[in-house]
Design a protein around this ligand. Structure first.
Ligand SMILES: [Fe+2]
Length: 246
């Protein structure tokens, strides 16, 4: 380490390379069907940014949330076809697939029962919970998904305050082949200091299976890009992540 980097820290020249993840598996890129991208132009701009950051593929995951975002495989896959047509027209290289981010409430169980679940990779299903209190449907949904042959991924596990600090629970979940996803923007402090701390500790404990952008807008990708020289990424380097298996 030379004098200047001793003085100012050497982090500026050691940026984490998102390209090693290869695939992002949590985003809201289908225009106009949830609280994510508002237009095809915005979607294309975000996909260009993904490409520039080194990703080869995104698995986008629109919300399926009861009456708030009442998406179906038809609305999601229809939107996906339109995005793919635009990517092709523009000659972009990035690949895009779609699944969903399922909100775990009473409306999720019948979706599993009807075998209407959108999965990706090795039968992965992304699901999320409310931020105020645990879902009374969590245990049943996880059980039913696994019986049906799916591998649940718990979206942004660090964002649920009622699970803050309970790392034994994380071990117990992962022992049952339930996967843990952390949002990259949790490391930037975007969701507050408690979430940041939980995300950092999950990473230090090596209790993370997937990292996701969860980008709804271009700003989310810009924040991530600007954060890549933070010291926590040294610990991220030490994780065994499954993004690149997708
Ligand atoms: Fe999301």
């Amino acid at each position: 380490m030379n004098f200047i980097s001793k003085l100012f820290g050497s982090s500026s020249n050691s940026k984490y390379d998102l390209g090693q993840l290869e695939v992002d598996m949590h985003s809201h890129l289908i225009p106009g069907i949830d609280d994510g991208s508002p237009s095809m132009d915005h979607t294309i701009a975000m996909l260009a940014k993904f490409e520039q950051m080194g990703y080869r593929k995104v698995v986008t995951t629109p919300h399926i949330l009861n009456d708030v975002h009442p998406n179906t495989p038809q609305s999601i896959l229809g939107g996906l076809s339109e995005v793919r047509a635009e990517i092709q027209r523009l000659g972009m290289k990035i690949e895009i697939e779609a699944a969903a981010e399922y909100y775990c409430d009473e409306s999720f169980l019948p979706i599993i029962e009807r075998n209407e679940v959108l999965s990706f990779g090795a039968n992965y299903v992304l699901m999320e919970f409310g931020f105020l209190s645990p879902s009374q449907y969590e245990a049943q949904a996880l059980f039913n998904l696994q019986v049906a042959g799916y591998v649940p991924i718990l979206a942004h596990y660090e964002r649920y305050p009622y699970y803050f600090g309970d790392f034994k629970r994380v071990d117990a979940l992962r022992e049952r082949n339930i996967q843990i996803q952390v949002n990259l923007n949790s490391l930037t402090g975007h969701y507050g200091p408690g979430v940041k701390k939980m995300a950092e500790q999950l990473i230090k404990n090596k209790q993370v299976d997937f990292l996701g952008t969860d980008c709804h807008r271009m700003e989310h990708l810009m924040m991530i890009e600007q954060s890549l020289s933070m010291p926590i990424y040294k610990q991220v380097e030490a994780l065994t992540l499954k993004n690149n298996s997708l």
